[in-house]
Design a protein around this ligand. Structure first.
Ligand code: SAM
Length: 229
């Protein structure tokens, strides 16, 4: 009797700068990039979010929709451990779970109720298009446990790379003064998979509306070019 009668429905979808899984931070709050949660009918009603403005942070329960079809594995290799050691899936925040559900705490920067309902968020670790199943306000008295132990993940991952930009045409960077800072925050975390970390070379990553071409030498990452997509 393991099945539960329940038909989950997305209450909304995430619009985020992360257009592919590669380079998405591995937890929320590691970088402070903007994202939007657009609620969909019949949940996109102002009354459904009445009172939410009093909360600075929210829990989002969402579907790992891009990996759900790949199923789950009883053990996984957390990137944090260099991609070598295997741990039980329930000891990790892996996307490959029996039920492909994710849980992220994000900052609520604003609520817009002009046409439907949109929540402005900061610090999400979610792929563009992620279906969100529920929102719950973050309650510090119940949810924050400063003395909690965190197994193999006791420290936040540190920014590892120093990011610099090759000269970019003003037409790209000037209209979006924060773009350089946002890209730097993401790239400094070193998006390369654990098995490639430490290897010099070039890669490209889709962020915002750009293919961002980068080159890594040691601890320096140079953004070579932003190509509009
Ligand atoms: N904070 C959440 C949790 O603990 O459940 C997610 C943690 S999971 C390790 C974070 C990774 O999930 C991101 O780096 C990204 O690669 C992946 N991811 C984000 N949104 C996804 C989606 N909609 N489908 C599949 N993978 C996703």
């Amino acid at each position: 009797m393991s099945a539960v009668a329940w038909s989950g429905q997305a209450i909304g979808f995430i619009r985020s700068p992360y257009r592919e899984k590669f380079a998405i931070p591995r937890q929320p709050g590691l970088v402070r990039l903007p994202a939007v949660l657009e609620l969909v009918p019949p949940y996109d009603r102002a009354e459904a979010v009445r009172g939410l403005e009093g909360f600075s942070h929210l829990w989002l329960i969402f579907l790992f929709h891009a990996t759900a079809a790949q199923g789950w594995k009883p053990t996984v290799r957390p990137p944090r451990l260099g991609g070598n050691a295997r741990l039980g899936v329930f000891a990790t925040r892996s996307t490959f779970r029996p039920n492909p559900l994710g849980l992220s705490v994000v900052e609520l920067a604003g609520i817009r109720c002009e046409r439907g309902v949109s929540l402005d968020l900061l610090g999400a670790d979610l792929l563009d298009g992620t279906p969100v199943l529920d929102i719950k306000p973050y309650l510090p008295y119940a949810d924050a446990i400063p003395e909690a132990r965190a197994g193999f993940a006791s420290e936040p991952p540190a920014a590892r790379l120093q990011v610099e930009f090759a000269a970019e045409p003003a037409s790209v960077l000037q209209p979006q003064p924060q773009l350089r800072d946002w890209l730097s925050q993401v790239l400094a975390l070193d998006p390369r998979p654990a098995y490639r970390a430490g290897r010099d070379g070039c890669f490209a990553v889709q962020l915002f509306d750009y293919d961002v071409h980068c080159e890594v030498h040691g601890e320096r990452l140079r953004v070579l070019e932003l190509r509009s997509r």
